[in-house]
Design a protein around this ligand. Structure first.
Ligand code: CP
Ligand code: NVA
Length: 310
């Protein structure tokens, strides 16, 4: 049966079947080729997409705005401080109203619950542009990048080192959905969410992949095809920065860690990078790094997500 994603929200990769995720990646590959050959199609001609950012953003904000334009739609930036939300109108009522004007909402929020409230009270797709729980658009772009570099996803070893955060959660979902061997190494007390571990184990069982959660960065990096990291203090955790830098130091992606991986390992980082903390200059600027391709693929995959869901 043909896959139809119209009207669906994109809050977390775990809500989607492998086949649906494959469809999104295939559409991303197609739209990238179209774009590179100067043949963008206005698949969302005449539509209006609301874009809400409660937190700063460079890549997500710009790639969504550009992508929406390339699809022939308009992006309306909704600044919550200029809306009645600021004066106490509820998220639920806002969702009901937005649904009468817009065709979708893209939102970066502090609390994942805000996205669920938008989705559950409105009638238009809600796209997660990062929450405290997950960052699914990031990881869909990353899966496209891995496929481009390694020509497959199945059975690759993906090591994530650092904080068990939103990016780590989506990576665990995405990796285990596609039969990858995901190894996550974090300091004690910074492990991924238990529910995410449980669900990812279930996905790994279904796909023939595996999940290892450890405190040993060398064990995770050993023979890896992909090494991935993210900032040690996410947005909203700035006050803990100094404490985290001390605890996470052994999880830094440096030349020693890279030397434990396969010789053709690719190194990934969702960016922004804190150079000298979670990743060294020598690695992010070195021959294994694919971080700029990752950033570019956000554009193509988000266009794919919008064109299939809206
Ligand atoms: N990786 C990512 O989402 O970056 P921004 O915070 O700049 O959007
Ligand atoms: N974990 C980071 C990702 C930034 C794209 C954060 O939430 O700040």
């Amino acid at each position: 049966m043909a896959i139809n994603l119209k009207g669906k929200s994109f809050l977390t990769i775990s809500d989607f079947s492998r086949e649906e995720l494959e469809e999104i990646i295939a559409q991303g590959e197609k739209l990238k080729l179209d774009h590179l050959s100067g043949k963008d199609e206005p698949l969302l001609k005449g539509k209006s997409i609301g874009v809400i950012f409660e937190k700063p953003s460079t890549r997500t904000r710009i790639s969504f705005a550009v992508g929406i334009f390339q699809l022939g739609a308009q992006a309306l930036v909704l600044n919550s401080s200029n809306m009645q939300l600021k004066r106490g109108e509820t998220v639920a009522d806002t969702a009901r109203v937005l649904s009468r004007y817009l065709h979708a909402v893209v939102a970066r929020v502090y609390s994942h619950k805000t996205l669920e409230e938008l989705r559950d009270n409105g009638t238009i797709p809600v796209i997660n542009a990062l929450s405290d729980f997950t960052h699914p658009c990031q990881i869909m772009g990353d899966l496209l990048t891995i496929k481009e570099k390694k020509l497959r996803l199945e059975s690759l070893k993906l090591a994530y080192l650092g904080d068990g955060n939103n990016v780590c959660h989506s990576l665990m979902f995405g990796g285990t959905k596609f039969g990858m061997h995901v190894a996550v190494a974090t300091p004690e007390g910074y492990e991924p969410d238990k529910k995410v571990i449980e669900l990812s184990n279930k996905f790994a069982k279904e796909s023939g992949g595996s999940l290892t959660v450890t405190h040993n960065p060398l064990e995770a990096a050993k023979d890896a095809d992909i090494i991935y990291t993210d900032v040690w203090a996410s947005m909203g955790e700035e006050a803990e920065h100094d404490k985290r830098v001390k605890v996470m130091k052994p999880y830094q992606i440096n030349d020693t860690i890279v030397s434990k991986a396969n010789s053709n390992v690719i190194v990934m980082h969702c960016l922004p990078a804190h150079r000298g903390e979670e990743i060294t200059d020598s690695v992010i600027d070195g021959p294994h790094s694919v971080v700029w391709d990752q950033a570019e693929n956000r554009l193509h995959i988000q266009k794919a997500i919008l064109s299939l869901l809206v």
